[in-house]
Design a protein around this ligand. Sequence first.
Ligand code: C2E
Ligand code: MG
Ligand code: MG
Length: 731
Amino acid sequence: MSRLLSKLSGGQPVASAPVSVDAHSLDPQRSAEMLAGFEAADIGWFWESDAAGRLTYLTDSAIAAIGAERDALIGSELTQFLATGDSDDLDSTSRPLKFRLASRSPISRLNVTVQTSQSKEIWWEISATPRRDANGEFAGFHGTARDITKSLAQSRDSERAAQFDSLTGLANRLRMARKLDQTLTAFKKSKRSCAIMLLDLDRFKKVNDTLGHPAGDELLKQVATRIKKLLGDHGEIGRLGGDEFQILLPDMDDRGDLGDLSKRLVQMLSQPYSVEGSRAIIGCSIGIAVAPYDGIESSELVKAADLALYAAKDAGRGTYRFYSSELSQNADWRQRIEDDLRDALTQQQFLIQYQPIVDAKTHKIASLEALLRWEHPERGRVSPADFIPVAEELGIINKIGEWVLEEVCTQLSKCPPEVRAAVNVSPIQFASEDFYDTVDAILNKTGVDPARVELEITESVFVGDLERTLKLFKKLKKRGVRLSLDDFGTGYSSLSYLRDAPFDKIKIDQSFVRGCSADDNNNSALVSAIVSMARALKMETVAEGIETKDELAMVKGHGATHLQGYLFSGPISIDELLDRFDSKELEFKPRGPEKYRAERRTEFRKIGVIHGDSRYNVFLRNLSKTGARIEGLLDVPVGTDLVLDLGDGQLAVATVRRSEGFSQGVEFETKLISDGDRGLCTRHRVSPYQIEAAGRPLGALTNSAVAAYTTGSQSVPRAFVEVDMNAYNRR
Ligand code: C2E
Ligand code: MG
Ligand code: MG
């Protein structure tokens, strides 16, 4: 035992190699005494086993601690009362004690459970060194042991706290991330798939704000319970923080099933909740991505699910959305806008178009709305709806707004003096300290009559500092400019604000004008109410976005004083306007359809068609769950089987049902399914593992994933003639 002591006296746990002690350093008598003292202090215990693995010695207090009988214990096999256990459920890879002993190598700080007759769980940490007899033969082990039951329980508790969400008991972000990493790494080897869903609660913040945080917490618990109930033991559920949840679904890649599950989740989470005596209603949006199709590594997959979640929210919330490579392209495009927008001003890529606003009685130009356009060198014309929010985020909207106002004032001086122009003002511009001074300076610089300038402001300005807003309104009115309230009815206006704010004009948002004659909405009643209210407040009314004759009749019937919309004219260039002023053509005749028709989704994109060994390029014109119309192949006989490559590894087997010239109607063998938004997708996709097996590197699917390996052999004659549809469509 003296050798043991030398190791323990250093305060270190037993080292991992057998150590022999210099016999002169400690006489046997003293070492035995020290050993006894150590044992008596109950800091640690000693044990010894023989070559057959039987216990030959164990400190008395250790035997007492486990409530065993000395005679029964000594002589029994170590593995009969000690076992390596599952002390950490994330890492249960420790090898059984039996193997560790059989290998006859040192054991260092191994956690073992102690089998006792009592029901309580006891954990020891043991270390051991192999012993040799005089002949150098293995003679068993000697070692130490200490009780770690308490500290293990504590570390398990803190480990649990670090890995689980205390509110809902679900796995937390850290644990979900680890779990996803481990799953994907293992599944890559075994060529399995794994889906993740990202859930975000809609309107949760509102519950938190109105009912208070304790109610919000209670709601989150109920949400967790509902998700658990629906999923049962399928998959792992986690709360990533706030109102964001994640679900991991191993071996799920059927998008039909995933869509069904998402639909049920959305439905179930949208049922009313009862929290602290109040009723709360929230919704849920879900983004779905599947490995290896949408990402191989966890970061890639999570990003894909994130993009899908954004798309689901964009689609109006309360829905799910599958990831597709198109979403990445949109995100890249958004990044590109950010990068290029800063230079757009200096590169002179902005221009202004003017949309006429006509008098409701005469249909003659009453004023113009200046609409900003960005002529992107590669992308062409980018809509302000796409770049104005980015400019606001980047903090460059003030500069852009300043440019617009100066440009419009300058161009106004070329128009007849009775012509007015309206300029859109971002709420951020309006909130900036020097907004008034900027307007004032531009008016002075260009010398334009302020009464010819109208500022279009949206209702969101009422959300900020109301007192300041009203003061600024008064100051601007005093300077002589006109004020108009844009997109009325979509924001936060309260009638009392309107009474106090000196607007000259209210613009009725196009959403109230659109489809006003359809039976399923009360747009007509709303337009009527807005017009009468404006009349009472002595304000003009512009009906925005008039596209059809029945919309025109409705808004005129309710007495809107001014009209704007494609039915009269879209935005036009300053040169075209000046020509009209020159030739005194001030009237715009309504030109357009009689009635509004809900927009049909006509597809118009290039896809691939695979037939035999050949791949063709065609245009997809119509797409429904059951079939499609394609254009680009000449005289394909009815009954021909084709495979449509819809991109992103989506192959749809189809049969030609109608064929006329270069246009074919095809029927799918298996129905397409909804992508959660307005799009359609296939249930299954070509697996990246299959593509890998065909000799390509493993990677997430891209739009041209299949095209790359189905280009076909050039030597086989092609069955059909491909028409150059690009040339045809240009005509
Ligand atoms: P807005 O101020 O409500 O402008 C009306 C939008 O409706 C314009 O879109 C216009 O082209 C479009 N429109 C006009 N008639 C019709 C119609 O009959 N049918 C349909 N469907 N649309 C019609 P645009 O030019 O894309 O501008 C979008 C928004 O971008 C504007 O909405 C405005 O909020 C903002 N914006 C435009 N120019 C500027 C600007 O210089 N500064 C700021 N801050 N925002 C601007
Ligand atoms: Mg406007
Ligand atoms: Mg508007």
